[in-house]
Design a protein around this ligand. Structure first.
Ligand SMILES: [Ca+2]
Ligand SMILES: [Ca+2]
Length: 469
C-alpha cells in the first residue's frame, strides 16, 4: 500500500509539473511561520474585523488549506512536529518544554532544514522557527542565521493586573515598527532574498506576534475601534455538556482564566490587542513576500505560511491554547508557488506534519522514510481531491482530537469524549458524544485514535525553569 501511495504521489507530482508553468530549476522554499495566530485572518474568516490584506493577497495566489490543524496546540511541541514531520505520539512532547534535540525519539531524525541542506539547498533562518532555536546538534542545520529579536518591552506593565503572568501584558508600544524584532527580521529576510546563493535556497522566517505580550505600535491599535470590537461567542452554558476535564488540566497554563478577564474588564482591550498584533504581523509578512516578488527568485519559489497553533479569546471560557477544540487546533496554512493554481480553498483535513512531506515531494527530493505526514500534493493540484486521513492533535499525554472534513472527536485520557458536527455547529457548542444516533460516525473517527503513544519526555530542569517563569 505504501509503495502504491508513493507511486501515486510521484505520478501526481509529474502531472502537476506537466500541467503548469514550472521553474527551470529546482524550486526554492520560503517558509513563513507565525506564533499563536488562530483563524482570525481574512482568508479564513475567523473574525469579521481582522484586517490582513497582505496574507489575504498571498492566499489569493495559491492554495489555502481551510481545515488545517496543529499536531500539538502549544509552541515547542507543535514546532518539533513540523520540523521533524512526526506526530507527538512518536516524539513524546505533549506540552511546552523539551527542545527538539533533547527528545530521544528525534535523535537521527533530520529537521526539514537539515534534510534540504543534505539535498543541496542553502539554508537560511531567522526569528522564531524552532521554539528554542537551532541549538546544540541542530546548529549545523543552518548555513546562515539572520537573527531573532523580541524587541523592547515597556519598563512597567501597560494593562495587566499586577498578579497576572508577566507575559500577559498588552498595549500600544513601542512607537515605531522599526523597533519591533519581527519587523527587523522581516527586513533582514527581505534583504537576504535579493542575493543569489548559487544553489536553491530554503529560508524560514518566524514571527513572534501575535504571541503575548501583545505590544505593537499605536498605528495597529488605531485600526480597531475599541468600542466597536466584536467579541467571540462565549456562552457559559456551552460548558454544560462537557466532561469535567480539560479546563482543570489547563490550570497549569500561565494564561488568565476567563473569569479573571471578565472580572477586570479586560476582554475588549485584549481582543483589540490581539487583532492589532495580527495586523502588525500581516504587515511583516508583506515585507517578506514583496521582497520575494521583486527578486530574481520570484518565479521559482514556493511559499508556505503556517501558524504553530490557534488561540482562544474566551471561547469555552478559555484563554490562549492547549485545548483540543477548534480555536486551539485550527491554523492558517497556505502554499503559493509555480504549478499551484489559485482556485478554491481546500476543505479536506490537513495537519502541520504534512508540510514536510509536501515540500520534499514538491521539490523532488528523495522520500524521507521518517515522515509520518501525508503529502498535500494531490490537494495542491486539485483542491477537491478527497483525503481519507483526518488531522490528529494531541495535548498533554493521552488526550487526542480527530478532525475530519465535517467532524471533530475528542477523547480524553480518562475515556470521556466529545463529538461535534461542523456542518452545522462550527462553534462546537453541542456535544453529540452521548447520542447513540452518532455512534457509527464516532466509531469511524475513533479508528484514527493513536494506538500507541510514546511516553512523555520531560526534561526536569527545563520544566521547572518554565514553571518558575
Ligand atoms: Ca505558539
Ligand atoms: Ca457545549
Amino acid at each position: 500500500m505504501r509503495e502504491f501511495v508513493v507511486g501515486l504521489s510521484v505520478l501526481l507530482c509529474f502531472s502537476l509539473y506537466a500541467n503548469a508553468e514550472l521553474p527551470s530549476s529546482q524550486p526554492n522554499v520560503l517558509m513563513i511561520c507565525i506564533d499563536d495566530l488562530n483563524d482570525w485572518v481574512g482568508f479564513l474568516g475567523g473574525h469579521p474585523q481582522a484586517l490582513t490584506p497582505e496574507m489575504d493577497s498571498l492566499a489569493g495566489r495559491g492554495r489555502v488549506f481551510a481545515n488545517a490543524h496543529c499536531a500539538v496546540p502549544v509552541c515547542s511541541s507543535s514546532r518539533a512536529s513540523v520540523m521533524s514531520g512526526l506526530a507527538a505520539t512518536t516524539h513524546g512532547s505533549y506540552e511546552i518544554g523539551p527542545r527538539y534535540e533533547q527528545l530521544p525519539a528525534l535523535v537521527g531524525v533530520p529537521t526539514i532544514h537539515r534534510y534540504f541542506k543534505d539535498n543541496g539547498y542553502y539554508i537560511v533562518s531567522g526569528g522564531k522557527v524552532l521554539h528554542h532555536g537551532f541549538s546544540g546538534r541542530l546548529a549545523g542545520d543552518l548555513d546562515r542565521s539572520i537573527g531573532a529579536k523580541k524587541g523592547p518591552r515597556p519598563k512597567s506593565p501597560l494593562n495587566r493586573p499586577p498578579h497576572w503572568s508577566g507575559a500577559w501584558d498588552w498595549g500600544a508600544y513601542p512607537v515605531a515598527d522599526a523597533e519591533m524584532g519581527d519587523y527587523q527580521v522581516a527586513k533582514a529576510a527581505a534583504m537576504t532574498l535579493q542575493e543569489d546563493f548559487g544553489k536553491p535556497f530554503f529560508m524560514s522566517v518566524g514571527f513572534f506576534r501575535p504571541h503575548v505580550p501583545l505590544h505593537v505600535p499605536p498605528r495597529w491599535f488605531d485600526l480597531y475601534d475599541l468600542e466597536k470590537i466584536i467579541l467571540p461567542k462565549t456562552p457559559k452554558s456551552d460548558l454544560n455538556d462537557l466532561p469535567r476535564n480539560f479546563l482543570v488540566i489547563n490550570d497549569y497554563a500561565l494564561a488568565p482564566t476567563h473569569a479573571e478577564v471578565i472580572k477586570y474588564g479586560k476582554q475588549r482591550s485584549l481582543t483589540q490587542a490581539y487583532l492589532a498584533s495580527i495586523s502588525f504581523v500581516d504587515h511583516c509578512v508583506g515585507i517578506v513576500v514583496d521582497a520575494l516578488a521583486s527578486s530574481s527568485h520570484a518565479d521559482n519559489t514556493i511559499v508556505v505560511l503556517w501558524s504553530d497553533h490557534g488561540f482562544h479569546l474566551g471561547e469555552k471560557q478559555h484563554w490562549a491554547k492547549r485545548t483540543l477544540w477548534e480555536e486551539s487546533t485550527r491554523v492558517p496554512l497556505l502554499f503559493v508557488g509555480p504549478g499551484i493554481k489559485a482556485t478554491e480553498e481546500c476543505r479536506e483535513p490537513a495537519s502541520l506534519i504534512d508540510i514536510y512531506p509536501t515540500l520534499v515531494e514538491y521539490c523532488g527530493l528523495p522520500v524521507n522514510r521518517y515522515l509520518e505526514g501525508v503529502s498535500l500534493m494531490p490537494q495542491l493540484k486539485d483542491a477537491s481531491t478527497h483525503r481519507e486521513r483526518p488531522a490528529v492533535t494531541s495535548s498533554y499525554f493521552g488526550n487526542h482530537s480527530i478532525r475530519s472534513r465535517d467532524w471533530r472527536l475528542v477523547v480524553y485520557e480518562d475515556g470521556q469524549e466529545e463529538l461535534y458536527d461542523h456542518r452545522n455547529d462550527p462553534d462546537e457548542f453541542k456535544n453529540l458524544a452521548g447520542d447513540l444516533a452518532y455512534k457509527a460516525i464516532r466509531d469511524q473517527l475513533g479508528q484514527w485514535l493513536p494506538e500507541e503513544a510514546a511516553p512523555e519526555f520531560k526534561p526536569n530542569s527545563e520544566r521547572e525553569r518554565l514553571q518558575r517563569k
